[in-house]
Structures are given as structure tokens and as C-alpha cells.
Design a protein around this ligand. Structure first.
Ligand SMILES: C[S@@+](CC[C@H](N)C(=O)[O-])C[C@H]1O[C@@H](n2cnc3c(N)ncnc32)[C@H](O)[C@@H]1O
Length: 265
């Protein structure tokens, strides 16, 4: 596959609503820790009257924002209209009294759109999405520019040894896409945190979620829904996963997550 075809395939996988739902379901079903509860706790510590959630997907963080009594204005941005429709129906099922605006915008340019450019927020959250930005640093500046003084950005993403057991196995047979290597390991600590440190008060928290896939099929089902699935390597990878289950009853993948709070001085 040439580079642009490969890029287009990764882009489709990143935006696919069914892949996102499948990954989240598997991670929750086999999880050893409560990731959503951890994020809800972080969100709940920050001001939450006017909130923007970038890369909101199917609404996992929107639901947490909408569940706070002080939330009056809630905005979600995502490139997937299908995910936005799911997010809307989840909020509709809640007793949310504030306003909800969902936009099918690309995050790099979203804050400059007519509906959003004059709005100010008390919290802007972005979970598992900032690394898809074309220009991360420019987007961080725009986010800080639309947060009220005393308000916060909340950036959540993988870091360090995230997914190590699975990545080590896959690396035997394939080169992981550069965006996957970067987003899963160095993005939070070498790009986001150093850039924001001079511009805001920074706090970081980490969380480990050991996800125990109980069968060969469960591991393969998860891999197939990721941006780093490579059908050409399926036979080799399946053989190794089967060998693993020869003397283990689970394949454990540790999700290492960092939450970075940047509060505007
Ligand atoms: C891994 S999901 C995270 C969704 C949600 N924040 C969560 O934690 O469940 C990443 C989301 O980013 C969206 N996305 C990817 N690139 C984007 C872009 N350039 N602009 C806006 N959304 C984008 C995808 O459609 C997807 O819903």
C-alpha cells in the first residue's frame, strides 16, 4: 500500500464509529479498573459551567460533563456524524437541563468556526484525540485562548508503557504506524506537557487499567478494531497469541493513561 492510501486507511479507522464502540466495549468488559470513573473524577474537580469536549466520539466524556449540576452549556466536536448521533441520544436520555451543541468539525479549525469563535469555556476536555490534530501546538494555543481565566484544559491520553505486551508481540511482524508509536508513548510527556508548562499551571495524574483479554478471539477482535491492524500479519500474530494461551488463561494489556490539567493563570 502506498503512503497516501495507508494514511487514508488509518484516518478512516481513527474516525470509524463502530471501531470506536467495539474497542471501548472490549476495554470495559475485560477491564481491571474503572477508566470512566477516573476520568469522571478528573472532570468533576474542574470548573464545569461552560464546557467544550473535543473529539467527543460517542459521548463518554459529554455524559460525565452533563451529569454535573453546574453544567449549563455543553459543546461536543467530532468528525464522525455517526458518533455524534450516538452522543446526542445518550445525553437526551439524561435529565440534562443545559444547552447541548454538537458539531461535525475538524478539531484543528473548529474553534475558528463562526458558531464557536466568540465562545469562552470554563473547561475544554480532549480525551484520546489530541494526537489526531494536524498542528497540535497551534490547537493547544487556540484551546488556551478560549478558556476563561481560572478555567482548565483537560487532556487525557496514553503514555509510557501503554499497550506494551501487545505492541511487543506485533513489532515482531510489523512496524507500527508512526502516529501509533508517538501517540501511545511520548505524545503526552514530550509534546503536550513541555509546551503547556510555560503557559499554564500544570498538574498530571496517571492511571493503569490492566485489560485481560480472555481468549485468542478477544485479542484479535480488539486488534482488528484498532488503527494498527494489519490483515497481512494476522496469521503470524494469531499463531503467537495461540501459543501464549497454551500456558496462560488471559492476555493482559496494560493501558497506561495520563490526565494533564492545564489551568489558565
Ligand atoms: C479514540 S476516539 C475518543 C472518543 C472519546 N473522547 C472517548 O474517549 O471515548 C477519537 C475520536 O476523535 C475523532 N477524530 C479523529 N480525528 C479528528 C479530527 N481531526 N477532528 C475531530 N475529531 C476527530 C474520531 O472520530 C473519534 O471519535
Amino acid at each position: 500500500m502506498n503512503r497516501s492510501a495507508e494514511h487514508a486507511r488509518l484516518d478512516r479507522a481513527a474516525v470509524s464509529s463502530s471501531n470506536l464502540t467495539g474497542r471501548i466495549d472490549a476495554n470495559q468488559r475485560f477491564a481491571g479498573a474503572d477508566f470512566n470513573g477516573w476520568v469522571r473524577d478528573l472532570i468533576g474537580r474542574l470548573p464545569g459551567r461552560r464546557v467544550l469536549d473535543l473529539c467527543c466520539g460517542t459521548g463518554n466524556q459529554l455524559v460525565a460533563h452533563a451529569g454535573r449540576p453546574e453544567c449549563e452549556e455543553l459543546v461536543g466536536i467530532d468528525r464522525s456524524t455517526e458518533s455524534l448521533a450516538t452522543a446526542r441520544s445518550r445525553i437526551d436520555e439524561m435529565d440534562f437541563r443545559g444547552t447541548l451543541d454538537l458539531y461535525d468539525f475538524a478539531m484543528d479549525t473548529a474553534l475558528g468556526e463562526r458558531d464557536l469563535r466568540d465562545r469562552v469555556f470554563d473547561q475544554i476536555s480532549c480525551c484520546y484525540g489530541l494526537y489526531y490534530a494536524t498542528n497540535v501546538l497551534s490547537l493547544l494555543d487556540k484551546m488556551l485562548g478560549q478558556v476563561a481565566p481560572g478555567g482548565s484544559l483537560l487532556i487525557v491520553g496514553p503514555w509510557g508503557p501503554n499497550n506494551k505486551s501487545l505492541f511487543d508481540l506485533l513489532r515482531k511482524y510489523m512496524t507500527l504506524p508512526p502516529l501509533v508509536e508517538r501517540s501511545a508513548t511520548t505524545f503526552m510527556t514530550e509534546e503536550v506537557e513541555p509546551y503547556l508548562r510555560d503557559k499554564a499551571e500544570i498538574q498530571t495524574e496517571t492511571f493503569v487499567n490492566p485489560v485481560s483479554y480472555p481468549s485468542v478471539q478477544a485479542v484479535l477482535d480488539y486488534w482488528r478494531k484498532t488503527t494498527f491492524f494489519d490483515p497481512a500479519k494476522e496469521t503470524d500474530v494469531t499463531r503467537d497469541v495461540e501459543a501464549h494461551f497454551g500456558n496462560a488463561d488471559a492476555f493482559v494489556v496494560e493501558k497506561h493513561v495520563m490526565g494533564l490539567i492545564a489551568t489558565r493563570r
